[in-house]
Design a protein around this ligand. Structure first.
Ligand SMILES: [Zn+2]
Length: 113
């Protein structure tokens, strides 16, 4: 489950931010998860609670923002929304798609006190 190591990296980032910005407690963590990032939101929630336990984000709420997968279709020249990698183009049915969005997982915002 790579979500566990992702959560550990998130905690590293939070601790680093806490040192730089002098906060002691995190109330909310807003995460953007791209539809094509191969990160499972449910697994993420489970690991988040386990990893944050006892840390400054131990009481933090995890908010997940879904980011749509997007790709550029070389056949019809449209930027289209796709749900999964290797999906055909919803507008022309072609398979020559270049993914250009929704692959990332990143911390969008931390609410702290
Ligand atoms: Zn197309």
């Amino acid at each position: 489950m790579h979500e566990m190591s992702l959560c550990e990296s998130i905690l590293d980032i939070i601790e680093q931010q806490a040192r730089e910005q002098q906060f002691a407690k995190v109330k909310t963590v807003r995460l953007e998860i791209g539809a094509l990032s191969s990160v499972e939101p449910e697994a993420m929630r489970f690991c988040f609670d386990a990893v944050m336990q006892g840390s400054l984000a131990g009481q933090a709420r995890l908010e997940i923002i879904d980011v749509q997968g997007q790709a550029w279709c070389m056949q019809c020249g449209h930027n289209v929304v796709i749900e999964q990698r290797y999906d055909p183009c919803p507008s022309c049915g072609g398979f020559q798609l270049q993914v250009n969005g929704g692959e990332e997982m990143r911390i969008k915002e931390l609410e702290v006190e």
